[in-house]
Design a protein around this ligand. Structure first.
Ligand code: ADP
Length: 548
Protein backbone atom coordinates (compact mmCIF):
# COMPACT_ATOMS: atom_id res chain seq x y z
CA UNK A 1 0.00 0.00 0.00
CA UNK A 2 3.09 2.21 0.34
CA UNK A 3 3.06 2.98 -3.39
CA UNK A 4 -0.66 3.74 -3.46
CA UNK A 5 -0.27 6.04 -0.46
CA UNK A 6 2.45 7.99 -2.25
CA UNK A 7 0.09 8.72 -5.14
CA UNK A 8 -2.76 9.94 -2.93
CA UNK A 9 -1.42 13.40 -2.00
CA UNK A 10 -1.97 14.66 -5.57
CA UNK A 11 -5.66 14.75 -4.61
CA UNK A 12 -4.69 17.95 -2.78
CA UNK A 13 -4.18 19.59 -6.20
CA UNK A 14 -7.96 19.37 -6.79
CA UNK A 15 -9.61 19.96 -3.39
CA UNK A 16 -12.96 21.15 -4.68
CA UNK A 17 -14.04 18.14 -6.75
CA UNK A 18 -12.72 15.91 -3.97
CA UNK A 19 -14.91 17.54 -1.31
CA UNK A 20 -17.87 17.44 -3.71
CA UNK A 21 -17.25 13.74 -4.38
CA UNK A 22 -17.10 13.08 -0.65
CA UNK A 23 -20.27 15.04 0.15
CA UNK A 24 -22.32 13.59 -2.71
CA UNK A 25 -21.13 10.11 -1.77
CA UNK A 26 -22.30 10.58 1.80
CA UNK A 27 -25.62 11.98 0.61
CA UNK A 28 -26.13 8.95 -1.66
CA UNK A 29 -25.28 6.35 0.96
CA UNK A 30 -27.00 7.94 3.92
CA UNK A 31 -29.92 8.99 1.68
CA UNK A 32 -30.48 5.44 0.41
CA UNK A 33 -30.27 4.13 3.97
CA UNK A 34 -32.63 6.85 5.24
CA UNK A 35 -35.25 6.28 2.52
CA UNK A 36 -35.08 2.49 2.92
CA UNK A 37 -35.29 2.77 6.73
CA UNK A 38 -38.22 5.24 6.55
CA UNK A 39 -40.04 2.98 4.15
CA UNK A 40 -39.38 -0.06 6.34
CA UNK A 41 -40.67 1.78 9.40
CA UNK A 42 -43.80 2.87 7.56
CA UNK A 43 -44.50 -0.65 6.30
CA UNK A 44 -43.86 -2.11 9.75
CA UNK A 45 -46.25 0.24 11.48
CA UNK A 46 -48.93 -0.18 8.83
CA UNK A 47 -48.73 -3.98 9.08
CA UNK A 48 -48.88 -3.85 12.86
CA UNK A 49 -51.90 -1.56 12.66
CA UNK A 50 -50.11 1.23 14.47
CA UNK A 51 -50.95 4.84 13.51
CA UNK A 52 -48.59 6.31 10.91
CA UNK A 53 -48.86 9.61 9.01
CA UNK A 54 -48.69 7.78 5.67
CA UNK A 55 -49.23 10.79 3.36
CA UNK A 56 -46.59 12.99 5.01
CA UNK A 57 -44.06 10.16 5.20
CA UNK A 58 -44.63 9.15 1.61
CA UNK A 59 -44.10 12.74 0.47
CA UNK A 60 -40.95 13.01 2.58
CA UNK A 61 -39.57 9.72 1.27
CA UNK A 62 -40.38 10.82 -2.28
CA UNK A 63 -38.35 14.00 -1.80
CA UNK A 64 -35.56 11.89 -0.24
CA UNK A 65 -35.56 9.60 -3.27
CA UNK A 66 -35.25 12.58 -5.62
CA UNK A 67 -32.37 14.01 -3.57
CA UNK A 68 -30.62 10.62 -3.71
CA UNK A 69 -31.14 10.43 -7.47
CA UNK A 70 -29.64 13.89 -7.99
CA UNK A 71 -26.75 13.09 -5.64
CA UNK A 72 -26.06 9.83 -7.51
CA UNK A 73 -25.78 11.72 -10.80
CA UNK A 74 -23.65 14.41 -9.16
CA UNK A 75 -21.39 11.80 -7.53
CA UNK A 76 -20.72 10.09 -10.83
CA UNK A 77 -20.00 13.43 -12.49
CA UNK A 78 -17.68 14.90 -9.85
CA UNK A 79 -15.86 11.67 -9.02
CA UNK A 80 -14.95 11.18 -12.67
CA UNK A 81 -14.11 14.85 -13.07
CA UNK A 82 -11.80 14.44 -10.08
CA UNK A 83 -10.29 11.21 -11.38
CA UNK A 84 -9.69 12.37 -14.95
CA UNK A 85 -8.26 15.68 -13.70
CA UNK A 86 -5.87 13.81 -11.42
CA UNK A 87 -4.76 11.28 -14.00
CA UNK A 88 -4.14 14.27 -16.30
CA UNK A 89 -1.81 15.68 -13.63
CA UNK A 90 -0.17 12.27 -13.32
CA UNK A 91 0.26 11.87 -17.10
CA UNK A 92 1.92 15.27 -17.20
CA UNK A 93 4.31 14.29 -14.39
CA UNK A 94 5.13 10.98 -16.06
CA UNK A 95 5.76 12.72 -19.37
CA UNK A 96 8.06 15.24 -17.66
CA UNK A 97 9.91 12.43 -15.86
CA UNK A 98 10.35 10.51 -19.11
CA UNK A 99 11.56 13.59 -20.94
CA UNK A 100 14.07 14.32 -18.18
CA UNK A 101 15.36 10.79 -17.89
CA UNK A 102 15.38 9.45 -21.44
CA UNK A 103 17.32 8.18 -23.17
CA UNK A 104 18.74 6.10 -20.37
CA UNK A 105 22.14 4.76 -21.31
CA UNK A 106 21.99 2.03 -18.65
CA UNK A 107 18.46 0.81 -19.30
CA UNK A 108 18.00 -1.11 -22.51
CA UNK A 109 14.19 -0.87 -22.37
CA UNK A 110 12.56 0.97 -25.25
CA UNK A 111 11.10 4.35 -24.45
CA UNK A 112 7.89 3.27 -26.23
CA UNK A 113 7.64 0.42 -23.72
CA UNK A 114 7.93 2.73 -20.78
CA UNK A 115 5.43 5.21 -22.15
CA UNK A 116 2.90 2.53 -23.12
CA UNK A 117 3.19 0.83 -19.73
CA UNK A 118 2.88 4.12 -17.88
CA UNK A 119 -0.19 5.18 -19.85
CA UNK A 120 -1.93 1.85 -19.21
CA UNK A 121 -1.10 2.05 -15.51
CA UNK A 122 -2.30 5.62 -15.20
CA UNK A 123 -5.63 4.61 -16.76
CA UNK A 124 -5.93 1.91 -14.09
CA UNK A 125 -5.41 4.53 -11.40
CA UNK A 126 -8.63 6.22 -12.53
CA UNK A 127 -10.35 3.71 -10.25
CA UNK A 128 -8.16 4.78 -7.33
CA UNK A 129 -9.16 8.40 -7.62
CA UNK A 130 -12.80 7.96 -8.71
CA UNK A 131 -13.88 5.04 -6.56
CA UNK A 132 -11.79 4.56 -3.44
CA UNK A 133 -10.92 7.45 -1.17
CA UNK A 134 -14.28 9.21 -0.79
CA UNK A 135 -16.01 5.83 -0.90
CA UNK A 136 -13.91 4.50 1.98
CA UNK A 137 -14.89 7.49 4.10
CA UNK A 138 -18.59 7.06 3.36
CA UNK A 139 -18.37 3.29 3.95
CA UNK A 140 -16.95 4.01 7.40
CA UNK A 141 -19.75 6.49 8.17
CA UNK A 142 -22.34 3.94 6.99
CA UNK A 143 -20.83 1.30 9.22
CA UNK A 144 -21.07 3.63 12.18
CA UNK A 145 -24.69 4.57 11.47
CA UNK A 146 -25.84 0.97 10.96
CA UNK A 147 -24.06 -0.09 14.17
CA UNK A 148 -25.82 2.61 16.18
CA UNK A 149 -29.19 1.81 14.55
CA UNK A 150 -28.73 -1.91 15.21
CA UNK A 151 -27.95 -1.36 18.90
CA UNK A 152 -30.96 0.95 19.15
CA UNK A 153 -33.30 -1.71 17.71
CA UNK A 154 -31.72 -4.69 19.42
CA UNK A 155 -28.05 -5.46 20.27
CA UNK A 156 -28.77 -8.99 19.04
CA UNK A 157 -28.97 -7.60 15.51
CA UNK A 158 -25.31 -6.76 15.81
CA UNK A 159 -24.57 -10.43 16.53
CA UNK A 160 -26.48 -11.37 13.39
CA UNK A 161 -24.64 -9.26 10.87
CA UNK A 162 -21.23 -8.67 12.47
CA UNK A 163 -19.89 -12.24 11.85
CA UNK A 164 -21.19 -12.06 8.27
CA UNK A 165 -19.51 -8.68 7.86
CA UNK A 166 -16.20 -10.13 9.08
CA UNK A 167 -16.58 -13.06 6.65
CA UNK A 168 -17.31 -10.74 3.73
CA UNK A 169 -14.12 -8.81 4.39
CA UNK A 170 -11.96 -11.75 5.46
CA UNK A 171 -12.37 -13.84 2.30
CA UNK A 172 -10.86 -11.27 -0.13
CA UNK A 173 -8.32 -10.32 2.55
CA UNK A 174 -7.07 -13.90 2.87
CA UNK A 175 -6.98 -14.24 -0.90
CA UNK A 176 -4.94 -11.05 -1.28
CA UNK A 177 -1.71 -12.88 -2.17
CA UNK A 178 -3.30 -14.87 -4.99
CA UNK A 179 -5.29 -11.87 -6.23
CA UNK A 180 -2.12 -9.77 -6.23
CA UNK A 181 -0.22 -12.32 -8.27
CA UNK A 182 -3.04 -12.47 -10.79
CA UNK A 183 -3.31 -8.68 -10.93
CA UNK A 184 0.40 -8.48 -11.53
CA UNK A 185 0.19 -11.01 -14.33
CA UNK A 186 -2.76 -9.16 -15.85
CA UNK A 187 -1.13 -5.74 -15.83
CA UNK A 188 2.22 -7.10 -17.05
CA UNK A 189 0.54 -8.90 -19.96
CA UNK A 190 -1.62 -5.90 -20.76
CA UNK A 191 1.37 -3.56 -20.72
CA UNK A 192 3.46 -5.89 -22.90
CA UNK A 193 0.63 -6.17 -25.41
CA UNK A 194 0.29 -2.42 -25.56
CA UNK A 195 4.01 -1.90 -26.05
CA UNK A 196 4.05 -4.53 -28.83
CA UNK A 197 1.10 -2.87 -30.54
CA UNK A 198 2.68 0.59 -30.38
CA UNK A 199 5.93 -0.82 -31.74
CA UNK A 200 4.17 -2.74 -34.52
CA UNK A 201 2.27 0.36 -35.62
CA UNK A 202 5.42 2.48 -35.53
CA UNK A 203 7.39 -0.09 -37.49
CA UNK A 204 4.58 -1.04 -39.87
CA UNK A 205 6.55 -0.12 -42.94
CA UNK A 206 9.69 -2.00 -41.88
CA UNK A 207 7.66 -5.07 -40.89
CA UNK A 208 5.93 -5.10 -44.26
CA UNK A 209 9.23 -4.76 -46.11
CA UNK A 210 10.75 -7.58 -44.10
CA UNK A 211 7.65 -9.76 -44.73
CA UNK A 212 7.30 -10.06 -40.97
CA UNK A 213 3.82 -8.59 -40.66
CA UNK A 214 1.99 -11.93 -40.43
CA UNK A 215 4.42 -13.31 -37.87
CA UNK A 216 4.02 -10.19 -35.78
CA UNK A 217 0.23 -10.40 -36.08
CA UNK A 218 0.30 -14.05 -34.93
CA UNK A 219 2.51 -13.05 -31.99
CA UNK A 220 0.16 -10.30 -30.95
CA UNK A 221 -2.82 -12.68 -31.37
CA UNK A 222 -1.15 -15.20 -29.02
CA UNK A 223 -0.47 -12.44 -26.46
CA UNK A 224 -4.09 -11.38 -26.77
CA UNK A 225 -5.35 -14.92 -26.14
CA UNK A 226 -3.12 -15.26 -23.06
CA UNK A 227 -4.42 -11.96 -21.75
CA UNK A 228 -8.01 -13.07 -22.35
CA UNK A 229 -7.37 -16.29 -20.37
CA UNK A 230 -6.14 -14.32 -17.35
CA UNK A 231 -9.07 -11.93 -17.65
CA UNK A 232 -11.55 -14.82 -17.80
CA UNK A 233 -10.06 -16.40 -14.67
CA UNK A 234 -10.30 -13.08 -12.85
CA UNK A 235 -13.88 -12.50 -14.03
CA UNK A 236 -14.92 -16.00 -12.96
CA UNK A 237 -13.46 -15.45 -9.51
CA UNK A 238 -15.17 -12.07 -9.24
CA UNK A 239 -18.48 -13.75 -10.13
CA UNK A 240 -18.06 -16.33 -7.35
CA UNK A 241 -17.22 -13.62 -4.86
CA UNK A 242 -20.21 -11.53 -5.87
CA UNK A 243 -22.50 -14.57 -5.47
CA UNK A 244 -21.03 -15.24 -2.02
CA UNK A 245 -21.55 -11.64 -1.01
CA UNK A 246 -25.21 -11.79 -2.15
CA UNK A 247 -25.67 -14.97 -0.12
CA UNK A 248 -24.26 -13.25 2.98
CA UNK A 249 -26.67 -10.36 2.46
CA UNK A 250 -29.59 -12.76 2.32
CA UNK A 251 -28.36 -14.49 5.48
CA UNK A 252 -28.11 -11.17 7.31
CA UNK A 253 -31.70 -10.32 6.35
CA UNK A 254 -32.98 -13.73 7.37
CA UNK A 255 -31.12 -13.53 10.68
CA UNK A 256 -32.67 -10.15 11.43
CA UNK A 257 -36.17 -11.43 10.70
CA UNK A 258 -35.49 -14.48 12.88
CA UNK A 259 -34.51 -12.26 15.82
CA UNK A 260 -37.90 -10.52 15.69
CA UNK A 261 -40.14 -13.41 14.73
CA UNK A 262 -38.67 -15.95 17.14
CA UNK A 263 -38.95 -13.28 19.86
CA UNK A 264 -35.32 -13.87 20.87
CA UNK A 265 -35.35 -10.27 21.96
CA UNK A 266 -38.21 -7.99 22.78
CA UNK A 267 -38.33 -6.26 19.43
CA UNK A 268 -41.83 -5.22 18.43
CA UNK A 269 -42.98 -6.91 15.15
CA UNK A 270 -43.60 -3.46 13.65
CA UNK A 271 -39.79 -3.09 13.55
CA UNK A 272 -39.21 -6.29 11.56
CA UNK A 273 -38.83 -4.55 8.16
CA UNK A 274 -36.54 -1.95 9.72
CA UNK A 275 -34.37 -4.63 11.38
CA UNK A 276 -34.15 -6.44 8.04
CA UNK A 277 -33.15 -3.20 6.26
CA UNK A 278 -30.48 -2.23 8.79
CA UNK A 279 -28.94 -5.73 8.96
CA UNK A 280 -28.59 -5.94 5.18
CA UNK A 281 -27.44 -2.33 4.83
CA UNK A 282 -24.69 -3.04 7.36
CA UNK A 283 -23.14 -5.49 4.91
CA UNK A 284 -22.91 -2.93 2.11
CA UNK A 285 -19.72 -1.27 3.48
CA UNK A 286 -18.24 -4.78 3.65
CA UNK A 287 -18.88 -5.15 -0.08
CA UNK A 288 -17.08 -1.87 -0.68
CA UNK A 289 -14.11 -2.85 1.46
CA UNK A 290 -13.98 -6.23 -0.28
CA UNK A 291 -14.00 -4.48 -3.63
CA UNK A 292 -11.10 -2.32 -2.51
CA UNK A 293 -9.14 -5.38 -1.38
CA UNK A 294 -9.86 -7.18 -4.64
CA UNK A 295 -8.60 -4.29 -6.72
CA UNK A 296 -5.77 -3.55 -4.31
CA UNK A 297 -3.32 -5.76 -6.21
CA UNK A 298 -3.88 -3.99 -9.52
CA UNK A 299 -3.67 -0.61 -7.82
CA UNK A 300 -0.46 -1.49 -6.00
CA UNK A 301 1.14 -2.85 -9.15
CA UNK A 302 0.13 0.13 -11.30
CA UNK A 303 1.19 2.61 -8.62
CA UNK A 304 4.55 0.88 -8.27
CA UNK A 305 5.25 1.14 -11.97
CA UNK A 306 4.08 4.75 -12.29
CA UNK A 307 6.32 5.66 -9.33
CA UNK A 308 9.20 3.78 -10.93
CA UNK A 309 9.00 6.28 -13.78
CA UNK A 310 8.39 9.33 -11.57
CA UNK A 311 11.45 8.37 -9.49
CA UNK A 312 13.80 7.96 -12.44
CA UNK A 313 16.82 10.18 -12.01
CA UNK A 314 17.31 12.81 -14.73
CA UNK A 315 19.83 11.73 -17.38
CA UNK A 316 21.59 15.10 -16.99
CA UNK A 317 21.17 17.97 -14.55
CA UNK A 318 19.90 21.12 -16.22
CA UNK A 319 21.85 24.25 -15.35
CA UNK A 320 18.53 26.13 -15.45
CA UNK A 321 18.32 29.91 -15.37
CA UNK A 322 21.60 30.39 -13.57
CA UNK A 323 23.49 29.37 -16.70
CA UNK A 324 25.69 31.95 -18.33
CA UNK A 325 24.58 33.17 -21.72
CA UNK A 326 26.86 32.55 -24.64
CA UNK A 327 27.80 34.95 -27.40
CA UNK A 328 26.54 33.30 -30.54
CA UNK A 329 29.37 34.23 -32.88
CA UNK A 330 32.20 32.17 -31.38
CA UNK A 331 30.39 28.93 -30.76
CA UNK A 332 32.55 26.08 -32.01
CA UNK A 333 32.36 22.49 -30.70
CA UNK A 334 35.18 20.87 -28.78
CA UNK A 335 35.64 17.40 -27.29
CA UNK A 336 38.38 17.58 -24.63
CA UNK A 337 39.75 14.26 -23.30
CA UNK A 338 36.27 12.73 -23.36
CA UNK A 339 35.88 9.29 -21.80
CA UNK A 340 32.54 7.49 -21.95
CA UNK A 341 31.09 4.03 -21.43
CA UNK A 342 27.46 2.92 -21.52
CA UNK A 343 27.66 0.78 -18.42
CA UNK A 344 30.11 0.76 -15.50
CA UNK A 345 31.28 -2.72 -16.52
CA UNK A 346 31.26 -2.16 -20.29
CA UNK A 347 34.45 -1.24 -22.14
CA UNK A 348 35.17 2.43 -22.85
CA UNK A 349 33.51 3.60 -26.06
CA UNK A 350 35.42 6.90 -26.05
CA UNK A 351 38.83 7.04 -24.42
CA UNK A 352 40.32 10.53 -23.92
CA UNK A 353 38.86 11.68 -27.23
CA UNK A 354 39.86 15.20 -28.27
CA UNK A 355 38.95 17.12 -31.42
CA UNK A 356 37.39 20.45 -32.30
CA UNK A 357 35.11 21.86 -34.97
CA UNK A 358 35.66 25.60 -35.40
CA UNK A 359 32.93 28.06 -36.46
CA UNK A 360 32.55 28.03 -40.24
CA UNK A 361 34.17 24.59 -40.51
CA UNK A 362 32.66 21.29 -41.64
CA UNK A 363 34.29 18.20 -40.16
CA UNK A 364 33.60 14.62 -41.21
CA UNK A 365 33.67 12.14 -38.33
CA UNK A 366 34.43 8.71 -39.75
CA UNK A 367 35.25 5.31 -38.32
CA UNK A 368 34.23 1.67 -38.41
CA UNK A 369 30.77 0.66 -37.36
CA UNK A 370 30.59 0.70 -33.55
CA UNK A 371 33.56 3.10 -33.30
CA UNK A 372 31.44 5.57 -31.30
CA UNK A 373 30.42 8.17 -33.90
CA UNK A 374 26.72 8.26 -32.92
CA UNK A 375 27.77 8.28 -29.28
CA UNK A 376 29.73 11.50 -29.98
CA UNK A 377 26.62 13.03 -31.56
CA UNK A 378 24.47 12.09 -28.54
CA UNK A 379 27.04 13.48 -26.12
CA UNK A 380 27.29 16.76 -28.07
CA UNK A 381 23.49 17.03 -27.74
CA UNK A 382 23.92 16.29 -24.02
CA UNK A 383 21.77 13.18 -23.86
CA UNK A 384 24.26 12.23 -21.15
CA UNK A 385 27.39 13.72 -19.62
CA UNK A 386 30.75 12.06 -20.33
CA UNK A 387 32.38 10.03 -17.56
CA UNK A 388 35.57 12.07 -17.86
CA UNK A 389 36.78 15.10 -19.80
CA UNK A 390 34.37 17.70 -21.15
CA UNK A 391 32.49 18.81 -24.21
CA UNK A 392 32.46 22.54 -24.87
CA UNK A 393 30.42 24.84 -27.06
CA UNK A 394 31.96 28.26 -27.57
CA UNK A 395 34.45 27.38 -24.84
CA UNK A 396 31.73 26.62 -22.22
CA UNK A 397 31.22 23.09 -20.91
CA UNK A 398 27.73 21.82 -21.77
CA UNK A 399 26.58 21.49 -18.12
CA UNK A 400 27.09 25.24 -17.75
CA UNK A 401 24.44 25.91 -20.40
CA UNK A 402 20.73 25.86 -19.63
CA UNK A 403 18.95 23.05 -21.47
CA UNK A 404 16.77 25.26 -23.67
CA UNK A 405 19.78 27.42 -24.52
CA UNK A 406 21.75 24.34 -25.51
CA UNK A 407 18.88 23.12 -27.72
CA UNK A 408 19.19 26.36 -29.69
CA UNK A 409 22.98 26.30 -29.90
CA UNK A 410 23.39 22.67 -30.94
CA UNK A 411 20.96 21.09 -33.35
CA UNK A 412 21.01 17.74 -35.12
CA UNK A 413 19.74 16.05 -38.25
CA UNK A 414 19.40 12.48 -36.95
CA UNK A 415 19.63 9.32 -39.06
CA UNK A 416 16.46 8.83 -41.08
CA UNK A 417 14.87 11.79 -39.27
CA UNK A 418 11.17 10.87 -39.07
CA UNK A 419 8.62 13.27 -40.55
CA UNK A 420 5.09 13.46 -39.16
CA UNK A 421 1.90 13.79 -41.22
CA UNK A 422 1.10 17.41 -41.97
CA UNK A 423 2.76 20.06 -44.09
CA UNK A 424 6.43 20.89 -44.44
CA UNK A 425 5.72 23.97 -42.29
CA UNK A 426 4.24 21.89 -39.45
CA UNK A 427 7.26 19.58 -39.60
CA UNK A 428 9.67 22.49 -39.45
CA UNK A 429 7.79 23.86 -36.42
CA UNK A 430 8.73 20.71 -34.53
CA UNK A 431 12.19 22.31 -34.37
CA UNK A 432 10.70 25.34 -32.62
CA UNK A 433 6.93 25.56 -32.06
CA UNK A 434 7.14 29.34 -31.64
CA UNK A 435 9.02 29.94 -34.93
CA UNK A 436 7.60 32.70 -37.17
CA UNK A 437 6.90 32.16 -40.87
CA UNK A 438 9.98 34.25 -41.71
CA UNK A 439 12.15 31.96 -39.60
CA UNK A 440 10.69 28.88 -41.31
CA UNK A 441 11.26 30.44 -44.73
CA UNK A 442 14.89 31.22 -43.88
CA UNK A 443 15.53 27.63 -42.75
CA UNK A 444 13.67 26.26 -45.79
CA UNK A 445 15.72 28.46 -48.13
CA UNK A 446 19.00 27.31 -46.55
CA UNK A 447 17.99 23.68 -47.03
CA UNK A 448 17.00 24.38 -50.65
CA UNK A 449 13.30 23.61 -50.14
CA UNK A 450 12.29 26.82 -51.91
CA UNK A 451 14.64 26.39 -54.88
CA UNK A 452 12.99 25.27 -58.17
CA UNK A 453 15.07 22.05 -58.40
CA UNK A 454 13.63 20.82 -55.10
CA UNK A 455 10.40 20.04 -56.98
CA UNK A 456 8.23 21.51 -54.24
CA UNK A 457 6.16 24.25 -55.93
CA UNK A 458 3.89 24.57 -52.88
CA UNK A 459 6.90 25.23 -50.66
CA UNK A 460 6.11 25.21 -46.95
CA UNK A 461 2.45 24.31 -47.60
CA UNK A 462 3.38 20.97 -49.24
CA UNK A 463 1.78 18.00 -47.45
CA UNK A 464 4.39 15.40 -46.48
CA UNK A 465 2.08 12.35 -46.28
CA UNK A 466 2.21 9.77 -43.52
CA UNK A 467 5.75 9.61 -42.06
CA UNK A 468 6.93 11.68 -45.03
CA UNK A 469 5.92 8.97 -47.53
CA UNK A 470 4.66 11.62 -49.98
CA UNK A 471 8.16 13.05 -50.47
CA UNK A 472 11.20 11.76 -52.33
CA UNK A 473 14.38 10.85 -50.45
CA UNK A 474 16.03 14.16 -51.42
CA UNK A 475 12.97 16.17 -50.39
CA UNK A 476 12.84 14.38 -47.03
CA UNK A 477 16.53 15.17 -46.50
CA UNK A 478 15.85 18.85 -47.21
CA UNK A 479 12.98 18.94 -44.71
CA UNK A 480 15.08 17.18 -42.07
CA UNK A 481 17.94 19.65 -42.56
CA UNK A 482 15.59 22.66 -42.50
CA UNK A 483 13.99 21.40 -39.28
CA UNK A 484 17.40 21.41 -37.59
CA UNK A 485 18.12 24.89 -38.95
CA UNK A 486 14.93 26.49 -37.59
CA UNK A 487 16.66 27.38 -34.32
CA UNK A 488 19.60 28.85 -36.29
CA UNK A 489 22.11 26.65 -34.40
CA UNK A 490 25.77 27.56 -34.03
CA UNK A 491 26.69 23.87 -34.04
CA UNK A 492 25.01 21.46 -36.45
CA UNK A 493 25.38 17.71 -36.19
CA UNK A 494 24.42 15.71 -39.22
CA UNK A 495 24.14 11.94 -38.93
CA UNK A 496 24.27 10.62 -42.45
CA UNK A 497 22.09 7.53 -42.71
CA UNK A 498 24.02 4.52 -43.96
CA UNK A 499 21.40 2.54 -45.80
CA UNK A 500 18.34 4.71 -46.07
CA UNK A 501 19.97 7.42 -48.17
CA UNK A 502 19.35 7.50 -51.92
CA UNK A 503 21.56 9.32 -54.45
CA UNK A 504 19.23 12.30 -54.56
CA UNK A 505 19.41 12.75 -50.76
CA UNK A 506 23.18 12.25 -50.95
CA UNK A 507 23.41 15.08 -53.49
CA UNK A 508 21.20 17.33 -51.33
CA UNK A 509 23.43 16.78 -48.29
CA UNK A 510 26.60 17.31 -50.37
CA UNK A 511 25.46 20.62 -51.78
CA UNK A 512 24.17 21.77 -48.38
CA UNK A 513 27.56 21.05 -46.80
CA UNK A 514 29.39 22.99 -49.49
CA UNK A 515 27.43 26.18 -48.72
CA UNK A 516 29.56 28.61 -46.72
CA UNK A 517 28.21 29.30 -43.24
CA UNK A 518 29.23 30.56 -39.79
CA UNK A 519 28.20 27.29 -38.18
CA UNK A 520 30.44 24.57 -36.88
CA UNK A 521 29.20 21.42 -38.63
CA UNK A 522 30.06 17.88 -37.58
CA UNK A 523 29.02 15.20 -40.06
CA UNK A 524 28.93 11.53 -39.18
CA UNK A 525 29.88 10.48 -42.66
CA UNK A 526 29.89 7.17 -44.47
CA UNK A 527 29.90 8.05 -48.15
CA UNK A 528 33.01 9.26 -49.97
CA UNK A 529 30.94 12.02 -51.62
CA UNK A 530 29.86 13.38 -48.20
CA UNK A 531 33.42 13.15 -46.84
CA UNK A 532 34.66 15.01 -49.91
CA UNK A 533 32.23 17.85 -49.22
CA UNK A 534 33.79 18.43 -45.76
CA UNK A 535 36.78 20.63 -44.91
CA UNK A 536 38.49 18.10 -42.67
CA UNK A 537 38.23 14.48 -41.57
CA UNK A 538 38.55 13.11 -38.03
CA UNK A 539 38.92 9.34 -37.82
CA UNK A 540 37.58 7.67 -34.69
CA UNK A 541 39.61 4.62 -33.73
CA UNK A 542 39.77 2.78 -30.39
CA UNK A 543 37.88 5.64 -28.77
CA UNK A 544 40.39 8.28 -29.89
CA UNK A 545 40.62 10.76 -32.75
CA UNK A 546 43.15 10.48 -35.51
CA UNK A 547 43.35 13.37 -37.96
CA UNK A 548 43.38 12.24 -41.56
P1 ADP B 1 28.90 4.09 -34.46
O1 ADP B 1 27.93 5.23 -34.53
O2 ADP B 1 30.30 4.50 -34.71
O3 ADP B 1 28.50 2.92 -35.30
P2 ADP B 1 27.94 3.88 -31.74
O4 ADP B 1 28.30 5.18 -31.14
O5 ADP B 1 26.54 3.66 -32.15
O6 ADP B 1 28.93 3.57 -32.96
O7 ADP B 1 28.32 2.72 -30.72
C1 ADP B 1 29.58 2.65 -30.10
C2 ADP B 1 29.57 1.43 -29.17
O8 ADP B 1 28.68 1.63 -28.11
C3 ADP B 1 29.17 0.15 -29.84
O9 ADP B 1 29.96 -0.90 -29.33
C4 ADP B 1 27.74 -0.03 -29.42
O10 ADP B 1 27.41 -1.38 -29.35
C5 ADP B 1 27.73 0.60 -28.06
N1 ADP B 1 26.41 1.23 -27.78
C6 ADP B 1 25.79 2.14 -28.53
N2 ADP B 1 24.61 2.51 -27.96
C7 ADP B 1 24.51 1.80 -26.81
C8 ADP B 1 23.54 1.72 -25.76
N3 ADP B 1 22.43 2.47 -25.76
N4 ADP B 1 23.77 0.88 -24.74
C9 ADP B 1 24.90 0.13 -24.70
N5 ADP B 1 25.86 0.15 -25.65
C10 ADP B 1 25.68 0.97 -26.71
Amino acid sequence: MRHVRRLLPIIATRPRPFVETLVSNLVVHLGVLGVAAGLALLIGRTLAGEPAPVAEWTALLGVGAIVVAIATWRESLVSHDLAYGLIGVLRDRVFTALRRSLPDRRDARRSGDLAAVALADIDTLEWLYAHTVAQTVSATVMLLVTTIASVAISPLLLLVWLPLFVMAVAVPFIATGRVDARAKELSTRRAALRADLVEAVQGLRELRHAGALDARRTGIGADDAALARVQTRIASRAGIERAASDALLALAGLGAIAVVIARIDTVPPSLTPLAFTIATAALLPAAQIADLLRNGGTLRESSRRVLEILDRPPSVVDAGNTASQLEASDAGLEFRDVGFRYHPHAPLVLDALSFAVRPGETVALVGASGAGKSTCARLALRFWDPDSGSILVGGRPLPALADDRLRRLVSAVPQGAPLLSGTIASNLRLGDPAASTEVLERAAAQAGILSPDAGLPDGLATPVGELGAGLSGGQRARVAIARALVVDPRVLILDEATAALDDEADAVIGSFLRQPSERATLVIAHRPSTIAACDRVVVLEAGRARAD
